[in-house]
Ligand binder design. Structure first.
Ligand code: FA5
Length: 345
């Protein structure tokens, strides 16, 4: 190849490159273009290899021609890259950026947490304080101080889950929030106006109204001259504040070892409106919790003067409250984590 053949070849090739650069649309087109005009089999490589066959005085000119060609082709490549936005052409081919973005959406508190907070607000409005206690409890707080000594038959009212700690059956997962009553009374003298929300555990089989893990809110009032009328009035005020005037509630005689007299607090079934259905076991009423006047033996266990003070206590199930208020037919809906259910509240 003579010097003029070499320069003519490079001129032709550069002209071809200038023609083709406009057809380059994507990053892979660009790679292909670079291979064609600067790669191993390109005119530039052939010209480079031909330089050594030229007369020595022609070689510098041939070298300049090759590097001039390469610089011109590289300039074309850089200009096109800039026009395409640094390889974005490849991405543009695959992504339709005209679609609106998918928002992440904001989460919110779980319904049971909302119910708990709302109930706390209702009771704070009635002048109560809020207290909490441990979920892993000793037999003393869960049973004994609540007027249920070892082997007391009433212990079987709660199917208890035991923790392998200490002496056998000494440590339990609390079966109710009532042990927090004892902890609050141990920590202070009356007057006491306190609610104690929290998680409880029982060896209960899952059905529409029962779950092995559930929540309660406990209430405790201790003062001079507190009567059963105060308890009934408090429950009535609370029912109306929380469920609205459309719900009827009633107290039914019952038994708890730590209260005397004791009662069960029920509201009309939200599913059948009192007619009787499977959710309320055909009674027309749904039990929300237990209550009663604090037994003097409990006051004795915490060192309160039972001649001077009287008091009442109650413990309501939060899931039951949410079921009644929002018409939820199965307790498992609260624990299944089905976002379609949770999003409604
Ligand atoms: C008690 O737990 C007593 N500690 C309540 C009490 C407190 C009485 C203070 C007197 C004075 P009971 O076992 O009935 O009582 O439970 C109270 C409420 O907790 C029930 O009415 C129900 O609403 C809820 N509950 C009980 N077991 C479950 C369960 N497995 N799943 C969901 N909710 C439950």
């Amino acid at each position: 190849m003579t010097l003029s053949e070499l320069t003519a070849l490079l001129d032709e090739e550069l002209a071809r490159a200038k023609e083709q650069i406009d057809k380059v649309e994507t990053a892979s087109d660009l790679e292909e273009f670079e291979r064609t005009f600067l790669g191993k089999r390109s005119a530039a490589t052939a010209a480079n290899q031909g330089i050594k066959d030229l007369a020595p005085d022609e070689r510098p000119k041939a070298g300049q021609a090759v590097s001039g060609y390469k610089a011109a082709v590289n300039e074309l490549i850089e200009a096109r890259k800039a026009a395409l936005g640094d390889g974005a052409g490849e991405v543009l081919d695959r992504l339709d950026l005209t679609l609106p973005g998918r928002g992440l959406g904001r989460g919110h508190l779980h319904l049971i947490t909302q119910v708990q907070q709302e109930l706390e607000e209702v009771f704070l409005g009635l002048g109560y304080e809020v207290a909490e206690g441990p979920e892993v409890e000793t037999d003393f707080y869960n049973f004994e101080a609540l007027n249920m000594p070892q082997a007391h038959p009433a212990r079987s009212m709660w199917d208890t889950l035991y923790v392998k700690l200490g002496r056998p059956e000494e440590v339990v997962l609390r079966t109710h929030t009532s042990p927090v009553q004892i902890r609050v009374m141990e920590s202070r003298q009356p007057p006491v106006y306190t609610v104690m929300p929290g998680r409880c555990y029982r060896r209960d089989t899952l059905d529409a109204r029962h779950s092995p893990v559930f929540h309660q809110i406990e209430g405790l009032v201790v003062d001079e001259g507190i009567t059963f009328g105060d308890l009934a009035g408090t429950i009535d005020a609370f029912t109306r504040a929380y469920f609205g005037p459309g719900h009827t509630s009633r107290l039914r005689p019952s038994y708890f070892p730590f209260t005397e007299p004791s009662a069960e607090f029920e509201v009309t079934c939200f599913v059948c409106d009192g007619a009787g259905c499977s959710v309320c076991s055909k009674t027309g009423w749904l039990e929300l919790g237990g209550c009663g006047m604090v037994d003097p033996n409990v006051f004795r266990a915490v060192g309160y003067d039972s001649e001077r003070y009287t008091g009442f206590a109650f413990g309501f199930g939060l899931e039951r409250m949410a079921m009644v208020r929002y018409g939820v037919e199965h307790i498992k809906s609260f624990f299944e984590n089905d976002i379609r259910f949770l999003k409604q509240f």
